[in-house]
Each structure stands twice: as C-alpha cells, then as structure tokens.
Design a protein around this ligand. Structure first.
Ligand SMILES: NC(=O)c1ccc[n+]([C@@H]2O[C@H](COP(=O)([O-])OP(=O)(O)OC[C@H]3O[C@@H](n4cnc5c(N)ncnc54)[C@H](O)[C@@H]3O)[C@@H](O)[C@H]2O)c1
Ligand SMILES: N[C@H](C(=O)O)[C@H](O)COP(=O)(O)O
Length: 323
C-alpha cells in the first residue's frame, strides 16, 4: 500500500513553506498531499531558487515530483518572519481539513509543519497547539511523544504554565497517559513488552518527601497499580540522571512530568532528526520538532531534516512498519 499523507506547511511567515519546497525535490514512499496556499509555496520556492510543481489533489500528477494540493488560501502574503494573525484562521483550517480527511479515511496520516501558537491566539482562536486541536477534533485522549535516534520522550503535561503542572498530575491523568504510551509502543512501534522510565516531578524525585510529596502521594502508587496490570515501569526516577546513556539502555520511552523537563534533553541529543508524534489518535500524526524559526524564514538556511524524518516516520506508521 502506498500511503497518502497530508503535508501541512504551518505558519506561512515561518520556515514551514520552504521546508515543504525542499521535500518536493525528493521522491517519497508516500503520496504527499499539501494542504496549503499555492502562492505562499511559490514564494518560498522563488526565495530558495528551487522548482516547485503543484497539481490539484485528485487529478493525476502532470510530471514527476509534483505535489498534490488541497488549496487553502491565506488572505495575506505575510513577509518572511512577520506572521499576520489574519492568516491564523486558514492555518487552523488546513490542520482541521486534513484531520477530518484522516478521520474519514481518505488520508492515512498527517505530517505537520510548525505553527505559531501566540499568533493564532492573537487572532482570537484559543489554541494550545496542534496536539490539542487534534484531540478535540477526534474526541480522543492523546499524549505528545517526541522521538529521535537517541530516545523517545513522552509528556505527562504539555503546554501548561509551570505553576499548573503539579495539580495536573493525578492518579487518573497519569494512568491514562501511561496506558496510552504503553499501548502505542506495543501496537504502533511493535515493542512486545515496552519499558517506560517515569520521572519524578521534584528535585531528586522528592527526596523521600522532603523536597515535595507528588512522588510519594501520586506517582509511586500509580506506578504500583499499573505494574499489577502488567506495565513495565521504572521510577519515579530523579530526572537529573535518568537520561544518562547507561540509564537509557533498555528503556523504550521516558515519561517526563512537564515539557521542559524532557524536551531540552531530547532536542540537545539530536534536534535535527527529532519528530513529534501524537499518540492515541486513530491515525498517525507526526510533526517537526522545531518551531517557526522566524529568524531563518526565507533565508534558505533552515534544516529540513526534521520534516524529512517526520514524513518517513509517518509513512512507516501508516503502513504499520516499526518506527
Ligand atoms: N511543531 C510545531 O508546531 C512547533 C514546535 C516548536 C515550537 N513551535 C512554535 O514556534 C514558535 C517559535 O518557537 P521558538 O522560537 O521557541 O523555537 P524555534 O524552534 O522556532 O526556534 C528556536 C531556534 O532554533 C532554530 N531552528 C528552528 N528550526 C530550525 C531548523 N529547521 N533549522 C535550523 N535552525 C532551526 C531557530 O532559528 C531558533 O534559533 C512558537 O510559537 C512555538 O510555540 C511550534
Ligand atoms: N511541544 C512541541 C515541541 O516543542 O516541539 C511543540 O510546541 C508542538 O506542539 P503541537 O504538536 O501541539 O503543535
């Protein structure tokens, strides 16, 4: 089966459009259908001095390396590096249409470029990220997991202010997260008995309650209950040493309690080849691990490796290969 995947450039003033142009220079195992704005993509191709061939989705490609396009126009041609909130509704519409087509089964997955959360909120659209949008559209509980050749890191809490994190870690939410991660590692990644290393929240995993009680009161008892269900869980582990290479040996994923507990380590280990996978959806969704990089937009200096890894990962997930 040749999977058909949506490819969504994201914020038009960022590096997403030029990364899509870079992807268009290659042959892919999957059929890529861009949900985006032809004018923005053509401007990105001109900025890079690269060819770009687009044809309407549903019609046969007129030549090799032509990308199918579902046209979702942006009302403003925003200069590179200067997002315009007036484009936010069409940015969100591209994500929404692709997700609906995945849910309807006409697409086998979606690959998303970077969006600018603040600009979308400035437009009056409440938006914590594409992951949250997809959870709402699909009615599914989801977990964000980033992965690169060095490690996989899933997040218990994602785009929350730090002060809201402790109260978001409850036996119920932690149980739900760990069941989703364990289930996805088994079914999507083909790992028969996955081992998940669960980090503590506090320094030194709470130091027996002297530096915080979340480990004793919430995390440890939840892990004990889930171990009785057959999950292979380590922890709660002190986060400062959990990522040492010898500690990661035999670990299939790390569960971090909050965004910046886990992601800086993963992005430091290999920013270029990391991807962001949404677990728990009925279709694969894989995103780049980086943001809109407004400082680089239009310069041709943005590295397309994460987008390429996202396309490959989504293809493998869509055809049921181990990723
Ligand atoms: N997948 C996503 O949609 C996604 C992911 C992360 C951040 N964001 C959003 O992007 C916006 C900007 O975030 P930020 O500035 O914190 O992070 P960023 O990733 O956009 O930029 C951080 C640094 O990394 C560099 N960088 C990023 N991607 C690069 C690439 N492909 N090649 C070379 N260098 C690259 C940038 O130039 C910058 O110096 C925010 O709104 C954030 O929420 C979106
Ligand atoms: N937390 C993600 C990262 O650091 O890469 C990113 O902001 C993207 O989130 P969404 O997939 O929810 O847009």
């Amino acid at each position: 089966m040749r999977p058909r995947l949506a490819l969504i450039p994201g914020e038009p003033a960022g590096i997403g459009p030029e990364l899509v142009v870079r992807a268009a220079q290659r042959d892919w195992e999957a059929e890529l259908v861009v949900y985006g704005d032809a004018n923005t993509l053509s401007r990105a191709a001109a900025a890079l001095g690269l060819p770009l061939h687009l044809h309407p989705a549903g019609s046969p490609p007129p030549q090799a390396r032509s990308l199918a396009l579902v046209e979702i126009p942006h009302p403003h041609a925003a200069p590179w590096g200067q997002p315009n909130p007036a484009n936010a509704p069409s940015v969100v519409a591209a994500l929404t249409r692709a997700a609906r087509d995945c849910l309807a089964g006409t697409l086998h997955g979606m690959v998303t470029g970077p969006v600018h959360k603040a600009v979308i909120n400035q437009a009056g659209i409440a938006f914590t990220g594409t992951t949250g949008l997809l959870a709402a559209l699909s009615g599914c509980e989801v977990v964000m997991m980033l992965a690169n050749p060095a490690m996989r890191v899933a997040l218990q809490t994602v785009h929350l202010p730090l002060r809201a994190v402790p109260e978001a870690i409850t036996p119920e939410t932690l149980t739900r997260t760990l069941r989703i991660v364990d289930g996805a590692l088994r079914t999507q990644f083909g790992i028969a008995a996955p081992v998940i290393a669960v980090l503590g929240l506090n320094p030194h995993a709470g130091e027996d309650g002297h530096l915080g009680r979340e480990e004793l009161d919430v995390i440890a008892p939840t892990l004990s209950a889930l171990r009785r269900e057959g999950l292979h869980l380590l922890g709660p582990l002190p986060a400062d040493t959990a990522f040492l290479p010898e500690k990661l040996r035999g670990v299939d994923a790390v569960l971090a309690m909050y965004h910046d507990q886990g992601l800086p380590v993963l992005k430091h280990a290999d920013f270029a080849h990391a991807v962001n996978i949404t677990l728990g959806l009925p279709f694969p969704r894989v995103a780049v691990d980086h943001g809109t990089a407004l400082d680089l937009a239009g310069t041709g200096r943005a590295d397309p490796s994460s987008l390429f890894a996202a396309i490959t990962t989504c293809t493998h997930l869509a055809i049921g290969k181990r990723a």
